[in-house]
Design a protein around this ligand. Structure first.
Ligand code: HEM
Length: 180
């Protein structure tokens, strides 16, 4: 199964439907208003840890722009849908982070900041608890799908690099990993 097929299957698994797309589109103004604060907090946190601080040093302003674009696309779906164009856009993120030598646990941690910060932003803007619940669920679904794609491309890129550096075939490496 290709990574795109994995993504499609997982959308079905988490029950990502047109209602979620509608919810996400309706949340765009909340994140236009609160997104910059969320992004600032995300980079302030990365600056506190030597391992992540070293990777972002001297480029925080540029990275904030990249991150804002990524966040905005959570609510538009890239080309209006959450299909192949969206998947391809997200697939790059894992590969880029492997190349800079970032341990994936930091990505998991950042996703948590976005999830909890997103909840705080929605709580400030939405009056009804039912609306907040439904919209936060849609936000969690897309963040989890993004994380799954990042994790899949992370694993794939690591396998490719291992195969290149060792000269072993990907199949052999996969067999070693999967052996009982
Ligand atoms: C939810 C987590 C994260 C998301 C969604 C995210 C998103 C992105 C995106 C979209 C890019 C640009 C990719 C491209 O070139 O097209 C990028 C690049 C980058 N990210 Fe992240 N990022 C995340 C976590 C992190 C963390 C934890 C660090 C810690 C240091 C980090 C550091 C970087 C750096 C240094 C680059 C530039 C890579 C390069 O081109 O040299 N990111 N990120």
């Amino acid at each position: 199964m290709s990574r795109y097929e994995n993504y499609t299957e997982m959308k079905k698994f988490v029950g990502f439907t047109s209602d979620d797309i509608e919810n996400l589109k309706s949340m765009a103004p909340v994140f236009e208003k609160h997104g910059a604060t969320l992004t600032d907090f995300f980079y302030e946190t990365l600056e506190l840890y030597p391992e992540t601080a070293a990777l972002i040093e001297g480029r925080v302003d540029t990275l904030k722009l990249t991150h804002s674009r990524w966040m905005g696309e959570l609510f538009t779906g890239v080309e209006g849908g959450y299909d192949e164009a969206y998947f391809n856009n997200r697939d790059i993120v894992g590969k880029v982070h492997v190349k800079i030598g970032l341990d994936p646990r930091w990505v998991e941690g950042v996703m948590n900041i976005i999830r909890t910060g997103g909840h705080a932003a929605l709580s400030q803007e939405l009056e009804s608890a039912a609306d907040l619940g439904a919209k936060f669920n849609s936000l969690c679904k897309i963040l989890d799908l993004d994380l799954m794609v990042i994790n899949l491309s992370y694993a794939d890129e690591r396998l490719t690099r291992l195969a290149t550096f060792t000269g072993m075939s990907r199949k052999l490496i996969e067999n070693c990993i999967n052996s009982g």
